[in-house]
Ligand binder design. Structure first.
Ligand SMILES: [Zn+2]
Ligand SMILES: [Zn+2]
Length: 219
């Protein structure tokens, strides 16, 4: 099964997740947005406590608060960078502009070692994560879904009680609604999701109560 530890990073309190397979203790870090020293301390603590070994960096999308620590962590730990979908390359190539806009210290650029496509799989130990391309907040946003653990790491697609912003370049509100309805809801009401910001929830809870995407809103 999948185990995880959340580490909120940056001024945006982005939910960076360290996930691991509890039979092999292979691990991945999803969306290392910044605060790399703190992330390295967590990684070292998990290694000491449990023998967890981080082997890859996974990215949901190219926004600074999700990828800002990638190049530093990749350099420090020698990890491959996997994701997001290549349609987010324009965001990754614009890290300097993003740093300025979001008031981040500028960081080194990077190139993902592997772009992801809809329905790709990423292995972490014995865990298989399914990749769902969910454009709308950004065109290349992906979600990582682990079926046996009933968990989804959804980045800025969906939040408890809200959805991702679509007022950025190449954001698309209708596309975001379609991604949520056609790619997330079919996974099941009992799936718990870890959003990029704020508390966890389930798809069922959002289908009942989320003012943007509750079932009655879709008519
Ligand atoms: Zn974002
Ligand atoms: Zn975010």
């Amino acid at each position: 099964m999948l185990q995880y530890r959340l580490v909120p990073v940056t001024a945006y309190q982005q939910n960076c997740s360290i996930i691991w397979c509890d039979s092999t203790f292979d691990a991945a870090i999803i969306d290392p947005g910044g605060d790399v020293d703190q992330l390295q301390e967590e990684i070292a603590a998990l290694s000491d406590e449990l023998g967890v070994k981080v082997t890859k960096i996974l990215l949901t999308h190219g926004h600074m608060d999700h990828v800002g620590g990638t190049s530093a962590l990749k350099a420090a730990l020698g990890l491959p960078v996997i994701g997001p979908h290549k349609d987010d390359n324009f965001w990754i190539e614009a890290l300097d502009m993003q740093a300025q806009m979001m008031n981040f210290t500028p960081v080194e650029g990077f190139q993902p070692d592997r772009w992801l496509e809809h329905q790709d799989r990423v292995e972490v130990g014995e865990l298989s994560l399914q990749v769902l391309h969910c454009p709308g907040h950004t065109p290349g946003h992906v979600v990582f879904y682990q079926a046996e653990s009933k968990l989804a790491f959804v980045g800025d697609v969906l939040f408890s009680g809200s959805i991702g912003r679509t007022d950025f370049p190449r954001g698309d509100h209708q596309q975001l609604l379609a991604s949520i309805k056609t790619r997330l809801w079919p996974l099941g009401d009992d799936i718990t999701f870890i959003p990029g910001h704020g508390p966890l929830s389930t798809f069922g809870q959002e289908r009942r109560t989320n003012p943007y995407v509750a079932d009655h809103r879709f008519g």
